[in-house]
Write a new protein. Structure first.
Length: 263
């Protein structure tokens, strides 16, 4: 299927590994040029070089912490300076730490808001003027299944990712007349470093092994296994495409059936 992404420019945050890298790889395979950012320089450069070798598209990388507004601005400005525009934005960030309510300090709440909510807000703020001018754009936020069915122990993620959903749903209505879509992707338990970290934390709290913690999640998933990053990336590429021009304001789970609700 030709998704019509050849010649488009995509900015993908937290792109050096996991879900962000898989999305970047998928967009590059469809012909999109890329602006990548992440905090770790070595991993980011390895990802950039790997994508260039595999796809032949032009890729630039900028080391940045998306919880810092000035660094978000630097990423957006670098992309516009090199390519002249950003057509597709994928917001993404490492998840806040797990833990029960009593363990979470005010500083931890503030950090979670900056990392998860304000990174999405500031990235959107940076790319929207150009999208409005061209009357075309795609904004895709990587959130979590926790916004539809809260996950025990993830107080920060459950709360702040839900705020991203509210922001995105409202923004979608505002920019829809301009040919700009805004959607959220909700990854379930997917084989990433983040899920390994959560499994390790649960194993420590509940006196079980990491493998037992992973097996417990797999037993809750109708498909009986963890997801793979490329499975979520395929949806991101579709939502970024011309084919998805009438889909906006949606939150779509990629979870193997884990969410029990009807919607």
């Amino acid at each position: 299927m030709n998704l019509g992404l050849n010649g488009k420019v995509a900015l993908v945050a937290a792109a050096s590994k996991g879900l962000g890298r898989a999305i970047a790889e998928e967009l590059a395979a469809e012909g999109a040029s890329l602006v990548l950012c992440a905090r770790g320089e070595a991993a980011l450069e390895e990802t950039r070089a790997s994508i260039v070798d595999a796809s032949g598209v032009e890729v630039i990388s900028v080391v940045a912490d998306v919880s810092v507004p000035a660094e978000v601005d630097a990423v957006v400005n670098a992309g516009i300076e090199r390519f002249g525009r950003i057509d597709i934005l994928v917001t993404n960030a490492g998840g806040p730490p797990s833990g029960p309510f009593e363990s979470l300090t005010t500083d931890m709440w503030d950090a979670a808001v900056r990392l998860t909510l304000m990174s999405a807000v500031n990235l959107a703020r940076g790319v929207l003027p150009g999208m409005r001018e061209r009357k075309w754009g795609r904004i895709i936020n990587v959130t979590s299944i926790a916004v539809k069915q809260p996950v025990n122990g993830l107080m920060l993620s459950n709360s702040v990712r839900s705020a991203v959903t509210g922001f995105a749903r409202t923004l979608a209505n505002e920019v829809a007349p301009l040919g700009i879509t805004v959607n959220n992707i909700l990854p379930g338990y997917t084989r990433t470093d983040r899920v390994e970290e959560l499994a390790t934390a649960i194993a420590g709290r509940e006196a079980m092994s990491v493998n037992e913690a992973l097996a417990k999640w797999e037993a809750e998933i109708p498909m009986g296994r963890l997801g793979e990053p490329r499975e979520l990336a395929a949806l991101a590429a579709f939502l970024a495409s011309e084919r998805a021009s009438y889909i906006t304001g949606s939150s779509i789970a990629v979870d193997g059936g884990w969410i029990k609700g009807l919607l």
